[in-house]
Each structure stands twice: as C-alpha cells, then as structure tokens.
Design a binder for this molecule. Sequence first.
Ligand code: FMN
Length: 125
Amino acid sequence: MQLIFDSMTGNTRRFACKVAGLTGLEAVALADADPHQPYLLLTYTFGSGAVPDSTASFLGQHGALMRGVVSSGSFHWGDSFGRAGDMIAAQYGVPYVARVNKSGNAADVQAVADWLGAYVSHAAD
Ligand SMILES: Cc1cc2nc3c(=O)[nH]c(=O)nc-3n(C[C@H](O)[C@H](O)[C@H](O)COP(=O)(O)O)c2cc1C
C-alpha cells in the first residue's frame, strides 16, 4: 500500500506526510507516481466542490489500483466541504476514508492510520 497525494498549496502533502510518519508507508506526489500496487489517494477539493483536473486525469489512468480516498478541503465551503472525495468515492466505488480540514489534526491522522492498518491486515487474510 502506498500513499499518493495531489496538493496545490501544501495542505494535502503535509497531511500525507503525517500519515506516512505514523504508518511507515511511503508518500508519493501524484506527479511522480507510477503505481503498480494498491494505494490510498489523498487529494483536495477545488472550484466549489470539484475534483482537481490533475487528480481526475491520474485516476483516468490509474483508478483501478485506488483502494480509498481522502480529501482535504475547508470548513468554510459548507456543503462543498471535501466534496471531491464524495465524487471520487462514488465514481470508483471506494471508501471515503477521511474528510480533512486543511492539513488535518492528530485525530484525522490517527483515523487514516487505523483504516490503513485494518486494510493491510484484511488484505493479508
Ligand atoms: C479556488 C479555491 C476553491 C476551493 N474550493 C473548495 C471547495 O469547494 N470545497 C472545499 O472543501 N475546499 C475548497 N477549497 C479549499 C481547499 O480545498 C483547501 O485549502 C485544501 O486544503 C487545499 O489543499 P492543498 O493545500 O493540498 O492544495 C478551495 C480553495 C481554493 C483556493
């Protein structure tokens, strides 16, 4: 399992790095990623609830290996908060693991680490 992140202003990258620090998994920027193993996608929400174009085109190529999605966003966007994650989860049939405000807090990091731990132990069964 790998962590693959898309980030414009750094919040999602910071969150992915915190998860990597806790889990020991590798966090790779989407622009550098060429996945050959399952991964958790971490992205952000843009333009009133949209999936970033860079994320959408990456998923068009590599969506089959994605096992879950995290979206950073901002509480200020109300109903659109983290909506990119809802759209990706629905389109690809994967769980929306966490909706994170900005670069997230310790509870967000722990929640994602717990999901990854459960996924890895389930995959090993
Ligand atoms: C033009 C613009 C539009 C945004 N639209 C949304 C939105 O619809 N929903 C949301 O939750 N956050 C929205 N945001 C907030 C970003 O998703 C948030 O700051 C996120 O942490 C950015 O991630 P990044 O730093 O990894 O690029 C928007 C930010 C900008 C600059």
